[in-house]
Design a protein around this ligand. Sequence first.
Ligand code: GLC
Length: 405
Amino acid sequence: MPTVSKQSILKLYQHNRREHSGLYYTVPSPISYPYQWLWDSCFHAIVLRYFDTKWAKQELLSVVSKQFDDGMLPHMIYWTPGNVIQVEWGKPGTSSITQPPIIATAVSNLLEQDNDTDFLDIIYPKIKKFYQYLLTKRDVRGHHIIGIINPDESGEDNSPRFDLALGLPPEQTLDENFKRRLKLIQENIACDFRVKNCMENFFWVKDLPFNVLMIKNLRDMVTLAKLMKNDEDAHYFAEQAQLIAEALKQYMYEDGLYYSVYDLDYKKIKVKTWALFSPLYAGLFSQEEAKAVIQNHLLNPNEFWLKYPVPTTARDEAAFDPNGFWRGPTWISTNWFVFQGLLNYGYVDIAKEIVKASKSMLEKSGFRERFNPLTGQGLGATNFTWGGLIIDMEKTLAQYQKDHS
Ligand code: GLC
């Protein structure tokens, strides 16, 4: 049984570290994912700050180095050629889509560890441009909800949340899903990734976790703007966070729950995935709503309270596949968001259970990409970096307990 210690996480990150033209980055998995990914690098920086803040900064600087002129950060950077995931994105060297906007959280967490304002001076204008891009170019109707043009932008490539918009049935193979997403990329290329056109014609989805993460990150931008002594920006980002929170309530909320929506008329996508709990992360629920979603869904053994919680898709969904990709298995990243959401509402005992389950899956199966929620068996990529987030969960929990003792 592998032990998961600070040392083993450091070893994994050293093993996956790469250099290219003086820039340093970490591959999520040497064999399965040998390139750089946007939200992965943010997770990496969050973990690396406990080992070496310089390395964490390098990770973030490399991931913003391929920013597009309009501010978008591509979700993949192909620093060196590889023989996997050779998708034609219509661009050399990067993909043409983005990923969940968690870079402000990564920067602000890093600065808590090491108050390096020179680093902030360099990175702030770049990430500001990214959030402005999302706020302006990804909200084509000015309704204060950020849209995605492809499921991969959610980070949860084949989540059942996207089945309706893709015209796929709940029971499907990964291959069928992949083919459909490749077709969407061709459609995206045909409309030259012009957001409005791509959305109207091919994939009109407003994803709940993406927007929840946006709210949390805009609040982190407020903190960063204040550190930059830029009151105007601080005010702007605070206002935008509030507007999105109000819009989610207007378009995504029904009877105590929030859902992703699709099509022009904001149809709710009611398939139960971990996204049900994502609003906890940005504090969108009242205390009463939080209690209901936790009791009725998170702690429900027919839905999410399996032996190794939290499955990405509820057990009683037709789409549930415990050995699938984002259609059942437990991922450490989503556990990390749910864990923090639970602490926001004072559910420390359940938060502890999530840390315990995460740790025991890693100890049982090693640093795998994802885990069967019924058995804890490791699935997919090996030497996968996201397990490192366990260190942040443990530190956060210890700090929470200290603050509340
Ligand atoms: C998979 C995941 C995505 C991740 C990438 C690299 O495509 O779905 O979220 O960023 O692998 O780890």
